[in-house]
Design a protein around this ligand. Structure first.
Ligand SMILES: C[S@@+](CC[C@H](N)C(=O)[O-])C[C@H]1O[C@@H](n2cnc3c(N)ncnc32)[C@H](O)[C@@H]1O
Length: 417
């Protein structure tokens, strides 16, 4: 209670309302106008600024120092996540509609077990806060005048100009699956990977455009029911993708397979891509198998063209001076093309089962086919990797003889046998 001398005595950490995440009601709080527990009602937001991120649209950054004060154990309130309150059913419907309309960004988050907040068309600046697997903010639910409201709160001190982020995992009601670009060491790979909704509507991913949108391809299941998959970072499965099954939504992420290897390949490819960029080679290390596959078919049977820039392999190869280098690259290219063709033909083999929805049942999809899929995917990755590695190696070390060296250096990175 406000003591007249210390302003911090008004509705601080000892206030019963604050302790139970309930805002005080004006006219009822004994601290009167000194009450500091009406932040949602009074829109006492931190100063923030919109900015354009690299690769994932707009973001929001702190435009003032946001400091965690010891006496505000509840966390520093930054802004309310405003939007339309809708039911679960409505959220499902809207999310499908948004996807159909080509709206890539998802703005629906949970408010309670049965309600969600949709900030797609109406909302506050909080709708621009991006996800991070290592966030500086978090969402918190407060009861304000009898209703649950969601706020973004700082988890740590935040300096001016720092991007605000929170972990979507517990809130995510995404439309399409989106590859996470947060870059944190503990990244879960996909936005909301740990959320219930994600696990119910899991998808195969592709990097058909910069945001790695994916489509809904139901894949294999087994007798054991329950979680379809757990992504890296979930308890007991650190950085591993576990492929399991679910009768309701059995899915598999063929790219990541079921080991850390595929992730390491991804990381290695990223390094090479960055190297290429640094040397202005203007190529883009190829997408995984899924991309190739899905550039031809979508789950709805429609043709789909990848929006991503393709590697300009041919012109790059021509730039290589030595004949040996050109021959080596050509050899790896052939292997890569074969691995792509193998994967495509495997996909054609299993496609009828997928489209007829038999993939869950014994006659449709079996573990051995799934294993074949994983092997073919990894082989494609490996071939892609070798191909690009040989190009880069021959650029960087043109005089060195081609041959085993490329493979042995590359072999230091994860590889399936
Ligand atoms: C609530 S909006 C955030 C604001 C959004 N960037 C915009 O421009 O409006 C959520 C969407 O932003 C993108 N996004 C947010 N965090 C991301 C991340 N870490 N990696 C990739 N995309 C992200 C995704 O497209 C996601 O659906």
């Amino acid at each position: 209670m406000y003591d007249g001398i210390n302003p911090e005595s008004a509705c601080g950490e000892t206030c019963l309302n604050v302790l139970t995440s309930i805002e005080c009601t004006a006219g009822y709080c004994p601290c009167g106008e000194h009450c500091r527990n009406q932040k949602f009602q009074k829109c006492e937001y931190a100063r923030t600024k919109l900015f354009k991120t690299e690769g994932h649209g707009w973001g929001l950054l702190a435009d003032e120092i946001i400091k965690l004060f010891l006496y505000v154990k509840a966390g520093q309130f930054i802004i309310e996540y405003c939007g339309e309150i809708i039911s679960l059913e409505e959220a499902k419907q809207r999310s499908q509609n948004y996807e159909a309309q080509g709206i890539k960004d998802a703005y629906i988050i949970s408010q309670s077990a049965s309600c969600l907040i949709d900030a797609t068309k109406k909302g506050s600046l909080a709708r621009f806060i991006n996800h991070s697997c290592q966030p500086n903010c978090e969402t918190r639910k407060w009861v304000v005048l009898g209703e649950t409201r969601v706020g973004i709160f700082a988890k740590k001190d935040i300096s001016v100009g720092t991007e605000l982020s929170y972990d979507y995992n517990y809130e995510w009601y995404g439309g399409a699956t989106v590859r996470c670009l947060c870059g944190a060491a503990n990244c879960s790979l996909f936005l909301g990977a740990k959320s219930r909704h994600f696990q119910e509507y899991s998808h195969v991913w592709e990097d058909g455009d910069d945001r790695y949108m994916a489509e809904n391809i139901p894949l294999y299941g087994s007798d054991e029911d329950d979680h379809s998959m757990m992504m890296g970072g979930t308890e007991g499965s650190e950085n591993k993708l576990e492929i399991g099954s679910s009768k309701r939504s059995s899915s598999v992420l063929p790219v990541a397979a079921n080991s850390v290897d595929a992730k390491s390949f991804e990381a290695a490819k990223q390094v090479l891509e960055d190297t290429a960029k640094a040397f202005s080679l203007n190529f883009n290390i190829g997408t995984g198998s899924t991309s190739t596959k899905k550039s031809q078919h979508t789950s709805k049977g429609k043709a789909k063209v990848s929006g991503r820039k393709q590697v300009r392999d041919k012109s790059v190869t021509k730039l290589l001076v030595s004949k040996e280098a050109q021959a080596e690259v050509a050899e790896y290219e052939e292997i890569k093309n074969k691995a792509t063709a193998d994967l495509n033909s495997l996909y054609d083999e299993i496609r009828p089962a997928i489209e007829e929805g038999k993939w869950d049942s014994q006659e449709g999809g079996t573990t051995s086919v799934s294993e074949k899929w994983i092997d073919a995917t990894c082989a494609k990755y490996e071939a892609d990797f070798d191909f690009h590695f040989s190009i880069i190696k021959n650029f960087l070390c043109p005089k060195k003889p081609a041959g085993d060296e490329a493979r042995s250096s590359a072999g230091g990175i994860a590889r399936r046998n």
